[in-house]
Design a protein around this ligand. Sequence first.
Ligand SMILES: [Zn+2]
Length: 103
Amino acid sequence: MDTHAYPVTRSDAEWRARLTPEQYAVMRNHGTERPGSCALLYEKRAGTFYCVGCDQPLFESKLKFESGTGWPSFNDPVPGSIETTVDRSYGMVRTECHCSRCG
Ligand SMILES: [Zn+2]
C-alpha cells in the first residue's frame, strides 16, 4: 500500500478478521476478481453499494450499467468516495480505484 493516511485504518490482523480471503486479496493486496466471478455483477435491486472495509457509500444502483467487461460497472461513484492511483507495473498503465476513507 502507499503511505497516504486514510481516515479509517486497521491492522493487518483486523483486516483479515473483517474480510473474506478473496476480499482481502482484492482490497489489501491489489488483487482482481476473475471477470464474471463477482455476485454483484448480477445485482439488480435498487440501493447503494457500500465499502466492505469501512461502510462508506460508494455507488448508487441507478448508475450501474452492463459494461460487458465481467465486472460491475458504474457511470459515477458517490462524490468524494473514490480515489485512484496509477499502476505502471508489468509494462502496463492501469488505474486502480479505492475507497477514499479506508484505502
Ligand atoms: Zn472503505
